[in-house]
Write a protein that binds this ligand. Structure first.
Ligand code: 5GP
Length: 125
C-alpha cells in the first residue's frame, strides 16, 4: 500500500528545527519531546526522524537500524523518566494512533508515553 507522507506536517517541521520542541531525548534516528497538550503528568511523544506516516508505513519501509533505534528511544524515555514498572507503583502507557478510526491527528508516526497517574483501563470511547 502506498503511503502519502506530507513533509509539511508539524512533526516534520519539528524534525527540521523549523518550530521549537521541548526535547526529552534524541538519538540517531529518533526524537522524543513533551506533548504540547499533556494528558497526564508525563506525556512524551517519540517519533522517528524519517518520513513515515504511521506504524504500518514505518514497519514496511524503515531500515532495521531505524526500527531498533525507535524501540530503544521509547525505552530510553521510560528509563530517563524513571517510569519502569516496579514495586513502587510506577508504570506507563504507550499509545500509537493510526488512521481515521484511531483518530490520528498528526500524520507523522508517533508514540505517546503517558505516566504519572493511574489511568483508566482503556481509552476506547
Ligand atoms: P495524535 O492524535 O495524532 O495521536 O496526537 C497528536 C499529538 O500531538 C497530540 O497529543 C497533540 O497535543 C500533539 N501536538 C500537536 N501539535 C504539537 C506541537 O506543535 N508540538 C508538540 N510538542 N506537540 C504537538
Amino acid at each position: 500500500m502506498p503511503y502519502d507522507y506530507d513533509p509539511e506536517n508539524i512533526f516534520a517541521k519539528i524534525v527540521r528545527g523549523e518550530i521549537p520542541n521541548d526535547t526529552v531525548l534524541e538519538t540517531a534516528h529518533s526524537l522524543a519531546f513533551n506533548d504540547i497538550g499533556p494528558q497526564a503528568p508525563v506525556h512524551v511523544l517519540v517519533i522517528p526522524k524519517g518520513p513515515y506516516v504511521n506504524w504500518d508505513h514505518f514497519v514496511a519501509a524503515a531500515s532495521a537500524d531505524e526500527v531498533l533505534d525507535f524501540a530503544r528511544a521509547i525505552h530510553g524515555v521510560v528509563e530517563a523518566k524513571g517510569l519502569e514498572p516496579g514495586a513502587d507503583g510506577q508504570g506507563y502507557r504507550l499509545i500509537m494512533n493510526a488512521g481515521e478510526a484511531g483518530v490520528q491527528e498528526v500524520q507523522h508516526l508517533h508514540v505517546h508515553i503517558l505516566s504519572g497517574k493511574t489511568m483508566g483501563r482503556m481509552v476506547c470511547d
